[in-house]
Design a binder for this molecule. Sequence first.
Ligand code: ACO
Length: 331
Amino acid sequence: MPYINGLGVYAPEKIIDNAYLEKLVETSDEWITSRTGIKRRRMAADDEITSDLACKASLAALKDCGRSVNDITHVFVSSASPDALCPVTACVLIRKLGIKGVMAFDCNAACSGFINALQLANYTAMADPNAVILVVAAEIMTRKLDWTDRTTCVLFGDGAGAVIVSRNLPQNPQGFCAEIDDILIDTDGEFSELISIHAGGSRQRYSVGDPVDRNYFISMNGREVFKQAVRSMVEAARSILERNRLSLEDISLVIPHQANDRIIQAVGDRLDVPVDKLFSNVSEYGNTSSASVTLALHDARNADLMPKGGRVLLTTFGGGFIWTAALLNIL
Ligand code: ACO
């Protein structure tokens, strides 16, 4: 089976805490903390774009596994907040990395984008024994927010994470290494309107000079999304355990999509995950969409929560709806 070897992240320096948001909209640190668990989030600098975050995370992942940019054969960038509709962020990224002639493109599966891109890398590595695939999830969600809408602007933040996938074991034994054991992906388009950015694509016509209105920013039915997110991540986690004949006792850490602490706790409660096996860092970053599980993997590793020989269960949920589960064996 292919391996992830090398994990790197980048979180912009600027920190926006809840007190800052109290000055923008009618909200409070108490409301945000009690409803979401989020205390602060990162915000990209004015001159940073998504490919910049992706580039920093990619270089960190390469360093972690001791590889050079010239080893890369494929680049898959997951983003719901790319540089632009065109050019493709992955192509801007390879220019910034100083490479050419690799297969490079973007994929968008909203907050589940990283695991979808990882599955693509997994299949690619199975088909091509020489493939060295850079998988990057990079998001500047703060540019997709209506800063007058308190129901969404308090939830999201910016960040990026990258991994290298290949069939070879890592060159740097100190770097992150995990076998990709299994990945499960499920979808249901019936709920696509519950999280959306209505305009900016083909479905809303616009012309030069039209005002930028709230349709260009994220809107969400928070309560309904909450219920579906819990239900779907629990279902995916149970299914992947069952089809691998595993139980939660075989799992050393569960990392759900970092959207909201109450969602994470509800997933943990329904699966009966002991508190010390349920990871959350949403208080520090907010919801960074597809980058969320990469930042979580990185922080969990730094906290020594992923010992060698342990098994990690990831589960994600995002717009579409698309939800996933993945099993990693830590080497
Ligand atoms: N500050 C203060 N009050 C607020 C805020 C805010 N930031 N936002 C909403 N409220 C108010 C509402 O207006 C409402 O007031 P009303 O009763 O007078 O109408 C009240 O708080 C309760 O609103 P609810 O939406 O019912 O609050 P809820 O307890 O459901 O919490 C939340 C809202 C946090 C958005 C929750 O529904 C949630 O977490 N949903 C999931 C959202 C999410 O994480 N989505 C991302 C997952 S998928 C992905 O990552 C794309």
